[in-house]
Design a binder for this molecule. Structure first.
Ligand SMILES: [Zn+2]
Length: 246
């Protein structure tokens, strides 16, 4: 009796293989990029790693779909996360270059616009756009309750001019605007959490002229609010333009 022949995946036409791999590697939610296993609650399934390690061709075909068609979430909410994500073998490390250049959609979470963001993260993201496939970038600013004046303060103490200018003329802030304004991006979005520095207020949705927007955001149950970063660029985006206006 003839032995039943094994099923050979790579005998299938490429389009069929892609259809099958899509079922395996595409996920509807963001793929969280966690550098440390102990902080990970929703790591990509181990089955995915098994699939990538099956053979070189499988890795090439499956990972091409995985990186190009999923949306990746990098949380840089604390300083430790900056060093985690750039540690050896991680997505933002030198070893991660080929993988991250294949990412098409990236969501970044930040708390502060720091020197680490400017000097470490922004050049990597820029490279992902210029030399890679990144076309969709969304940056979210997590709760900011210290540092500059938060949107919890009362109207009488509102000093937008000074605050806004002092923030937007900083180099990390200009770097943020330059990233979002990169002409090679097809989608660029910015939002701030419910509690945010009041400098964002004139530029975010639902702003009604009252800089202490916290109460109304809470009332509406809005956890994060979209910021019109293009308006910021137009009004405050370039240090030289600001200087010329004065
Ligand atoms: Zn606000």
């Amino acid at each position: 009796m003839p032995q039943p022949r094994g099923f050979r995946f790579f005998d299938l036409p490429a389009e069929l293989r892609a259809d099958i791999l899509e079922q395996l590697v595409l996920v509807p939610q963001d793929v969280p990029v966690h550098a440390r296993a102990e902080t990970s609650t929703e790591s990509p399934p181990a089955a995915l790693l098994d699939l990538f390690l099956a053979c070189t061709q499988m890795y090439q075909e499956a990972s091409a779909i995985f990186y190009a068609r999923n949306r990746f979430l990098v949380n840089l909410g604390s300083r430790r996360m900056f060093s985690d994500i750039t540690a050896e073998g991680q997505l933002f490390s030198p070893e991660g270059l080929d993988a991250r250049r294949r990412v098409r959609a990236l969501r970044l979470r930040l708390r502060r616009l720091s020197g680490d963001f400017e000097k470490v993260i922004a050049p990597i993201v820029s490279d992902m756009i210029l030399c890679g496939s990144l076309r969709s970038l969304e940056i979210g600013i997590l709760t900011q309750s210290s540092g500059l004046k938060a949107n919890t303060s009362c109207r009488s103490s509102y000093g937008r001019g000074l605050e806004a200018d002092s923030l937007v003329t900083t180099s990390p802030f200009q770097t943020l605007l330059r990233l979002l304004a990169d002409p090679d991006l097809e989608e660029a979005g910015l939002w701030v959490a419910q509690i945010h520095w009041s400098v964002w207020c004139p530029f975010h949705e639902t702003y009604d002229g009252n800089h202490s927007c916290l109460a109304s955001l809470r009332r509406e149950g809005i956890e994060q609010v979209s910021v019109d970063w293009e308006k910021i660029v137009r009004e405050l985006g370039d240090v030289n333009i600001i200087a010329r206006k004065r």
